[in-house]
Design a protein around this ligand. Structure first.
Ligand code: TIU
Length: 222
């Protein structure tokens, strides 16, 4: 049993074979200028600060040969998987599917939709493409986790209150025990990140746990 000091209390890992690192949407579309995040009016530089921390976690999981799951948010070129409730939102200059400096906004396989070079998946690591905010919606993620007997998820990525929180809630409803790494997730809005961390761990950990990367890394080493 591995015990990670966490909020609101220790997070217990019964078996390292049952845990996966989940890296959510660390894509150029959200972290670089000219992508979807910036088109929504956001300062994308805030999100870049967590890259080294996620790299540390990635190195640790890779070193132990533990499962790593990358997700990326994107749509088919014909937008058949992008509902009006998503595409028509906001008064942005560039909408989903329009051509920007990194190719078509939030379209799978476009240069801007790729995972950032610093966190490129290695062969053998799982990459889940998802049309929604949650990584379980219209994907094979649940099937894959059950097949691999994974019960515990260490979550990282962006943005804390949108795709990360939605995924964590979806996972919790499905019975997965989730820990969100506080300094390996970020939002365009610092107050939303803080509120998300608090709402996840309130009420005795209603959605799950949070801990720092150092707390996770130290526990994994022992
Ligand atoms: N807008 C925003 O904060 N996030 C998203 O649209 N997607 C993800 O969080 N990945």
């Amino acid at each position: 049993m591995i015990s990670i000091p966490a909020q609101p209390y220790n997070y217990e890992l019964p078996d390292l074979q049952k845990v996966a690192l989940v890296i959510i949407d660390m894509q150029r579309d959200f972290l670089e200028i000219g992508g979807f995040g910036e088109s929504l009016g956001n300062d994308v530089s805030r999100l870049q600060t967590i890259i080294p921390t996620i790299q540390q976690l990635l190195t640790s999981f890779r070193g132990k040969n533990l499962p790593i799951i990358h997700t990326r948010e994107g749509h088919q070129p014909d937008l058949s998987d992008c509902p009006p409730s998503k595409i028509n939102r906001g008064k942005t200059t560039l909408k989903i599917g329009d051509t920007g400096p990194m190719g078509r906004i939030l379209i799978l396989e476009e240069p801007g939709n790729n995972i950032i070079p610093q966190l490129q998946p290695l062969p053998g690591e799982i990459v889940i493409s998802k049309p929604g905010k949650g990584a379980f919606y219209k994907t094979f993620l649940e099937h894959l986790l059950r097949e691999k007997n994974i019960t515990h998820l260490i979550l990282t990525g962006v943005t804390t209150e949108v795709c990360v929180q939605t995924t964590m809630r979806e996972a919790n409803d499905r019975g997965f025990e989730c820990l969100l790494v506080e300094d390996a997730t970020e939002s365009y809005f610092p107050q939303f990140k803080q509120a998300t961390l608090e709402m996840i761990t309130a009420q005795g950990g209603i959605i799950g746990w949070t801990a720092t990367a150092q707390q996770v890394l130290q526990a994994l080493e022992t």
